[in-house]
Design a protein around this ligand. Structure first.
Ligand code: COA
Length: 260
């Protein structure tokens, strides 16, 4: 698949999706959101892909936000649709993917950029990364899940301050707040993230996807996460991966999971 604004690199079960609009600091325009949807969907369906890493091209930005030039003249209804469509196609879509997604935050992650990073299952940042939700400086609010996912990750008070002040935080602060899991130099960012992805890729894909669903259930209205956990725990016993995992343990060898 060829994309206008994405680069796709596949190696050893790990796919790196790079948003490639460096002259616009990788801002998310409509084409890029559509392409990201297609790329994530295709990788999720490709069972040889065990982990997806999302990052930005260049040394300056992960993603500097939604493309402001595209919504400057929007009406109330246009704005509502922009948020709804974006959440459906990209942000909720990524969060609920059964394949693990790691954001490698390589610079500015602002507005929709931070919201994309927060949709990933977890985040690693380079030490030059800067994160924030500057929407209120434009007279709007975060519309791609930022008001919901930021409080989940950093707590309500910190999220309120970040959203109201529109201030950026640096990578170390983001780590202290639980927004990113690791901070490494920019030169090491991809290799370090691939190292984590490689560990994940050796584990049962089906168990991982069931775990993602159970963890996400904690944050969904009207769904009892404990019940999802019980259901998915039970389901595990009917999988080939479970047979392989337990047999390999008893035979003192490494498991070879098929994701079935
Ligand atoms: N939407 C559209 N274009 C954007 C963009 C965005 N969110 N963020 C950056 N760009 C474009 C700039 O317009 C500029 O394009 P140009 O060269 O054609 O004029 C290019 O990317 C480089 O950005 P620039 O502002 O010149 O870089 P900088 O180093 O001076 O500042 C930022 C970097 C990130 C601080 C600044 O670009 C910025 O504040 N961006 C907007 C962030 C934002 O509010 N995001 C939330 C959107 S809801």
């Amino acid at each position: 698949m060829n994309f206008e604004n994405l680069l796709i690199e596949k190696d050893n079960g790990i796919t790196v999706i790079t948003i490639n609009r460096p002259t616009k600091l990788n801002a998310l325009n409509k084409v890029t959101i559509d392409e990201l949807h297609q790329a994530f969907d295709a990788e999720n369906k490709d069972h040889s892909t065990k982990v997806i890493i999302i990052t930005g091209s260049g040394e300056k930005a992960f993603v500097a936000g939604a493309d402001i030039s595209e919504f400057a003249n929007f009406s109330v209804e246009d704005g509502r649709k922009l948020a709804a469509k974006g959440q459906e196609l990209l942000f909720d879509f990524v969060e609920n993917l059964s394949t693990p997604v790691i954001a490698a935050v390589n610079g500015f992650a602002l507005g929709g950029g931070l919201e994309l990073a927060m949709s990933a299952h977890f985040r690693v940042a380079s030490d030059n990364a800067k994160m924030g939700l500057p929407e209120v400086t434009l007279g709007v609010i975060p519309g791609y899940g930022g008001t919901q996912r930021l409080p989940q990750l950093v707590g309500k008070g910190r999220a309120m301050e970040m959203i109201m002040s529109a201030a950026m935080i640096d990578a170390e602060t983001a780590k202290n707040h639980g927004l990113v899991n690791h901070v490494v130099s920019q030169a090491e960012l991809l290799e370090f993230t691939k190292g984590i992805a490689s560990k994940i890729s050796k584990n049962s894909p089906i168990a991982i996807s069931n775990a993602i669903e159970a963890v996400n259930a904690n944050f969904k209205d009207g769904i009892n996460g404990y019940e999802v956990e019980i259901k998915n725990f039970g389901k595990s016993f009917g999988t080939e991966d479970f047979k392989e995992g337990t047999t390999a343990f008893l035979e003192k060898r490494k498991a070879e999971f098929k994701g079935e």
